[in-house]
Design a protein around this ligand. Structure first.
Ligand code: BYC
Length: 317
């Protein structure tokens, strides 16, 4: 038993105790409003990222270089849609419907990962997304498997299993290009040049600039900081690039023997701010596509609701 400070709301004390004891907060447990709001913001942003993230790779499904690559990419993009669905369902346990979350996205009140506002210009980009973007995502998501909100943590465990296959397929396909013809090698290097820095931005601003990190770490919603996770991604990805003979586009990248990590150059935070404020290369296109797809599918959802209502009436009668 831990001592509960006098005067504190017993519900708050119970919540704090659970967090301190590494127990999960479950949907029916009492939680402070600020916690509910923060988890919902992060989970809905995460769900939107998974679904919007289908777009850059999705454009390459019809143009994959072989039937084998097409099947793998199709499965991978479908998985991302599935991740979005787990996450929307998990977020709905906080009392907000998927429709409300989608409206917030469409009205610019909710964000999605900055990385998906860059175009996939070549086949090498489509596979670099698997290698780098899923590679960055998994570093973050492995850590989130221990997040304090139960449904989020359980969704992460399942997602991480699939994400590791995504990263491997992207790395393997990049390796094939890097070991192929001169032109294929150049495509792989060009994709790395364009996707490297945006991948580092996925982890969010430096800890010193991160608005939510302090509180989220206290609640154990975030288990490791933006900078710690970014460094881990760099440390594991640089040797992968070296192994396949590609060069990381950072002249300041250097192994630091003393601290056992790579030192790296400054991220262009102005670019990051522009992208998350809606001014990246593809923001408008990505959102417009999502809104169009939601409108095109409205009749299916309406028909499903009408059918469900009819069934309910029959059961009641
Ligand atoms: N992009 O205080 P901070 C995938 C915002 S998809 C956009 O550090 P926090 C995949 C942040 O929202 C996987 N916005 O925030 C799918 C905040 O703005 P607001 C995606 C960003 O939440 C398809 C402000 O900057 N993964 O794997 O403590 C194909 C200050 O930041 C970003 C997730 O979503 C960004 N990168 O930490 C392939 C992971 N970074 O809300 C692959 C879940 C920051 O105050 N999310 N912002 O207006 C998280 O772990 C955390 O939310 C973050 C940010 C580390 C991203």
């Amino acid at each position: 038993m831990t001592d509960k400070p006098r005067g504190i709301d017993p519900r708050m004390a119970g919540f704090n105790e659970k967090v301190a004891n590494d127990q999960r907060i479950e949907p029916k447990d009492w939680m402070p409003d600020a916690f509910r709001k923060t988890v919902l913001r992060q989970m809905s942003q995460h769900a939107h990222s998974e679904v919007i993230g289908m777009q850059p790779e999705g454009t390459w499904i019809t143009r994959a270089p072989s039937l084998h690559r097409k099947v793998v990419l199709l499965a991978k993009v479908q998985d991302e849609g599935g991740h979005g669905l787990y996450l929307y369902s998990a977020a709905e346990t906080l009392g907000t419907s998927r429709e409300e979350m989608e409206n917030a996205l469409h009205e610019g009140r909710a964000k999605y990962a900055s990385i998906f506002n860059y175009p996939a210009l070549s086949w090498a980009d489509a596979v670099a997304i698997g290698w780098l973007v899923d590679g960055a995502a998994i570093v973050n998501q492995v850590s989130l498997q221990r997040t304090s909100y139960g449904p989020y943590s359980r969704a992460m465990i399942r997602i991480c299993k699939e994400e590791s296959f995504h990263q491997r397929q992207g790395y393997e396909a990049t390796m094939v290009l890097a070991r192929g013809s001169k032109e294929q090698r150049a495509m792989a290097q060009d994709a790395l040049n364009r996707w490297w820095w945006p991948s580092l931005m996925m982890f969010g601003p430096h800890d010193s600039e991160s608005a939510h990190s302090g509180q989220s770490m206290e609640w154990k919603l975030k288990r490791e900081s933006n900078d710690v996770l970014r460094q881990r991604f760099i440390d594991q990805t640089v040797p992968q690039a070296e192994f396949i003979g590609l060069t990381i586009p950072d002249p300041d990248l250097k192994w630091n023997e003393e601290c056992g990590h790579y030192d790296f150059g400054e991220i262009d935070w102005d670019e990051f701010k522009q992208v998350i404020s809606g001014n990246g290369p593809c923001n408008k296109q990505r959102l417009a596509h999502h809104i169009r797809a939601a409108e095109d599918g409205r009749w299916v959802r309406d028909a499903m609701h009408a059918h469900a209502q009819k069934q309910n009436k029959r059961e009641v009668a």
